[in-house]
Write a protein that binds this ligand. Structure first.
Ligand code: GLN
Length: 486
């Protein structure tokens, strides 16, 4: 089997080869590094982990030979560079953490390693996960492999987890970790034509993930199939005593749920979501969504989420308020970069933060500090929290009538690098369909279902009630099966 055949298989196919001794873990890792080398111009990785990967693959082969294989032995995984990895530089896409080497391992990456996974590298991302294109990365933007495939130059992969989505789309890894505060897994998955799953807030531990908006941040995965996403979720989910917001449950049974009959699904279409923004691409996705629901023999239910349109502004108050507080810790004293030539400690703080953070991060710290300030706290932050509660309640009411909601992942297909960078609000509008889900803490997945007129992938977003993560997964598997019949 050729290297590209091996890497195109996905997790399930690669596990079968390993189990039947048709390929070794070292061969698989070699094949993935060939793709990584062939695609360096896409700027997908901030740090490649070649040596670690090969020594872990050798250990996987020994376990397989001894009949003690772990669930992810020999499986190449790319990790977003905001997961702290012990002894391996973790930058969060920022200059301020440019030389930060964590002395500890995040819970989610620890779980992957304990399951035998082979981490191939740390992927590019928007600085501190703030953005929708990877353009705010200190390490330069990533190029979308789906754009290259469609014959288009310099298309953004989405963000903030753009590097992870691109790694999976270009077969540089069989799966990848992302984090999703307002869409950072689903939007790049949509743009790159892969599956991206964000679980219910609390299903995965956030311990050791560089914090952005702590009440919204959640770990999740990129894969090329729904079944592969379930396999990874079974490994990374579960309670963690080090994260008090992780939910006290260990066995979600993602993969086994896919084996159960889905039953007749009630699929909700919300009128306010349809009204939230109509573009050529959303029209295409809505049409595909209806056709897929029909193919699946589902019942279509009209529901209402009246405050949907207030999600975006409220999100950009809550996320930025939390970010301004979370990012106060980067002061040149304890982590990463410290500016030289300061005349006193205040000067050192100021210079370090001025030189260490990029423009988008500075904008957000200033906005977040403003919305938390004494005179404005009630008018902005408190008001946004009230909107958040209302949205949560409206989703809950909608889920009395349906099992899952269908909606587009993004308002447009992937855009050209540079086309959205002059106007931050234009970039924020990219998140119109994804942020409401984080505001309500719900599980959601993006599955590639159709293409734009330019041949770029378009994702369908499937959203479920809190902790109905396996329902979302099952619906996604049914969608995936129905797509070729469209
Ligand atoms: N684009 C959104 C933001 O910039 C979401 C990012 C994310 O989910 N990390 O806040």
């Amino acid at each position: 089997m050729s290297a590209s055949d091996l890497t195109s298989l996905g997790i399930a196919g690669q596990r079968a080869l390993l189990a039947n001794r048709k390929a070794s873990a070292v061969e698989l890792v070699e094949a993935h590094f060939r793709e990584i080398e062939n695609n360096r111009h896409l700027n997908v990785f901030i740090t490649e982990m070649r040596d670690e990967a090969f020594s872990r693959a050798k250990a996987s082969d020994e376990r397989i030979a001894a009949g003690n294989a772990l669930p992810l032995d020999g499986i190449a995984i790319a990790v977003k560079d905001n997961y702290c990895t012990r002894g391996v530089r973790t930058t969060a896409g920022s200059n301020i953490l440019g030389n930060f080497v964590p002395p500890y391992e995040s819970t989610v990456t620890r779980k992957l390693l304990d399951a035998g996974a082979v981490i191939v590298g740390k992927t590019n991302m928007d600085e501190f996960a703030m953005g929708s294109s990877t353009e705010s990365s200190h390490f330069g933007p990533t190029i979308n492999p789906a754009g290259v495939r469609a014959g288009l130059e310099n298309i953004a992969p989405g963000g903030s987890s753009g590097g992870s989505a691109a790694a999976v789309a270009a077969n540089m890894a069989a799966g990848a970790l992302g984090s999703d505060t307002g869409g950072s897994i689903r939007q790049p998955a949509g743009f790159c034509g892969v599956v991206g799953f964000k679980p219910t807030y609390g299903v995965c531990s956030r311990w050791g993930i560089v914090a952005y908006g702590s009440s919204l941040d959640q770990a999740g995965v990129f894969t090329r199939s729904v079944a592969d996403a379930a396999t990874l979720m079974d490994v990374i989910s579960g309670e963690d005593k080090k994260d008090t917001t992780s939910y006290p449950r260990d066995d979600y049974g993602f993969a086994s749920a896919l084996g159960e009959p889905a039953g007749k699904l009630r699929i909700g279409f919300a009128k306010e979501v349809i009204e939230a923004g109509s573009t050529a691409e959303t029209d295409t996705v809505w049409a595909a969504a209806r056709a897929l629901a029909d193919k699946m023999g589902a019942e279509i239910v009209e529901v209402s989420i009246p405050s949907f349109k207030y999600s975006l502004p409220a999100y950009y108050i809550i996320a930025l308020s939390e970010a301004s507080s979370n990012l106060a810790r980067y002061d040149g004293v304890r982590y990463g970069y410290r500016a030289s030539g300061a005349k006193d400690i205040t000067d050192m703080y100021e210079k370090t933060r001025a030189e260490g953070f990029g423009a988008e991060v500075k904008r957000r710290i200033m906005l977040g500090t403003f919305t938390l300030s004494a005179g404005y706290y009630d008018a902005y932050y408190l008001k946004a929290q009230k909107v958040r509660n209302k949205i949560r309640g409206e989703f809950e009411a909608a889920f009395q009538l349906c099992d899952v909601l269908f909606m587009p992942t993004t308002p447009t297909a992937a855009f050209a690098i540079g086309s959205h960078s002059s106007d931050p609000v234009e970039m924020y509008l990219e998140d119109v369909f994804t942020v409401p889900v984080n505001m309500a803490g719900l599980p959601a997945i993006s599955v590639p279902v159709t293409k734009s007129v330019n041949g770029l992938p378009l994702g369908l977003q499937i959203v479920g009630p809190q902790f109905a993560d396996t329902t979302v997964m099952r619906a996604a598997a049914a969608v995936e099966m129905a797509v070729p019949a469209l």
